[in-house]
Design a protein around this ligand. Structure first.
Ligand code: TYD
Length: 393
């Protein structure tokens, strides 16, 4: 299986230009050595797989300074709690669970009573998991690093991952590793940003260095089939602006759900499974850029002061693709200590501690964390006469 782009099967159809590491928030003295890579997007026709043409080495992203903490959003904590309850219905007291990319342990905290293990390569977030008494290995999940489990003949009833499967360049190695550690009747369950939702919303900011793949039910079905595994169910999720939960089993005779059948049909209808959908998306992305720049230029002509809210990884794509810098957006408020008092990757907009947001008088607020809109607008409802906007509206 070729999951990385190859000339025969894949077509590059969209070029975002040079991009920095999306979570590479940096200090002024680091500007001159900042790393950039050409961010192009392609589509593998045989696997219906939407993917980056080139991706930086994961060690550049998931290292001791990785600043994304799952627990930074209350609604995500709640989401993982509900997700855990749904999984627990499949388990008994003796069941075991493995999480790939377990971050700060937010999800596994719900499984303390079970035999559990997380793999988390980023030291910063792994340390938080350990502090919370969640069992976590500070390692990438791959064939080499699971050897100790294979030797001990440890297998799992459920293998989960959230917003991480799309981060892993070598999907063959990943799937082989999961397959080796999965019990005969076990299930692989993961949630990832969904290609169909990205097309609907034109949320092209989902594309950045970490998101090497943007999956659909069609692509997951084709990829796992090559490994003798079967996609049997999908559950659409509201998280990350539209995600999909996939359920995969070793039992190739298992029936697929009605829900999955419907999604396959929908994906065909919306061209999610073919290159045609990519070209429609490309046009929409280019129009979205024009519309956003027009809006920001008009605001600037009126001398309006603009701030950003949420220094998300996603914002790196918007800011660098549209070339929006501190001349347009004064600063971005954020709650993450590892980002505060640094600058945004590439365009170098200052990141300010969120605690100063309340006393600031910004009325025009670019909501980069648009996927948390409900949670944020509820929190900020005291703030009157503000224009909250994003590239999506
Ligand atoms: P998210 O959309 O989850 O991140 P990403 O695009 O990086 O996957 O947003 C996380 C960022 O948003 C993180 O830097 C914290 C910030 N944030 C706030 O500053 N305030 C908030 O209320 C929320 C929900 C997030």
């Amino acid at each position: 299986m070729k999951c990385r782009i190859n000339k025969k099967n894949c077509k590059v159809f969209l070029d975002f230009g040079k991009m920095p590491i999306a979570n590479g928030f940096l200090k002024k003295r680091e500007f001159k050595n900042e790393y950039f890579f050409p961010m192009k997007v392609g589509f593998n026709k045989s696997l219906s797989l939407f993917q980056l043409y080139k991706n930086p080495n994961p060690k550049k992203m998931f290292n001791k300074n990785y600043p994304f903490y799952t627990s930074s959003s209350k609604s995500m904590i709640l989401h993982f709690k509900k997700y855990a309850q749904w999984i627990k219905k499949k388990l008994n007291k003796k069941s075991s669970i493995l999480e790939i990319g377990s971050n700060d342990g937010t999800f596994l905290l719900n499984f303390k009573k079970y035999y559990h293990l997380g793999f988390e390569p980023s030291k910063s977030v792994h340390n938080v998991a350990i502090k919370n008494n969640v069992k976590s290995k500070n390692k990438f999940f791959n064939l080499k690093n699971i050897d100790f489990l294979i030797k001990k003949k440890i297998k799992f009833d459920v293998i989960v991952g959230s917003n991480v499967i799309c981060h892993i360049p070598n999907q063959n190695d990943l799937i082989k590793s999961m397959n080796k550690l999965l019990k005969k009747r076990g299930e692989i369950i993961f949630e990832e940003p969904y290609l169909g939702s990205m097309y609907d919303k034109v949320s092209y900011d989902q594309i950045y260095d970490e998101h090497i793949f943007m999956f659909s039910a069609t692509s997951i079905n084709k990829i796992y089939k090559l490994h003798g595994l079967k996609l049997i169910d999908v559950l659409p999720q509201k998280t990350h602006g539209g995600s999909m939960r996939y359920v995969i089993t070793k039992n190739t005779n298992a029936k697929i759900t009605k829900r999955l059948k419907k999604i396959f049909i929908k994906e065909k209808k919306k061209n999610v499974d073919t290159l045609k959908g990519c070209y429609i998306f490309k046009k929409n992305v280019e129009n979205s850029k024009k519309k956003l720049l027009k809006k920001l230029n008009e605001m600037k002509k009126k001398n309006l002061k603009i701030c950003g809210y949420g220094a998300t990884s996603k914002s790196t794509t918007i800011l660098n693709y549209c070339k929006i810098g501190p001349d347009m957006i004064d600063l971005i408020f954020d709650t993450t200590k590892d980002k505060i008092n640094k600058f945004s990757p590439g365009m170098h907009i200052p990141i300010r501690n969120y605690k100063y947001f309340a006393e600031s008088n910004y009325k025009n607020i670019f909501l980069f964390a648009w996927n948390h809109k409900k949670e944020i607008l509820k929190k900020e409802k005291y703030r009157k006469n503000c224009q909250w906007f994003s590239h999506l509206n």
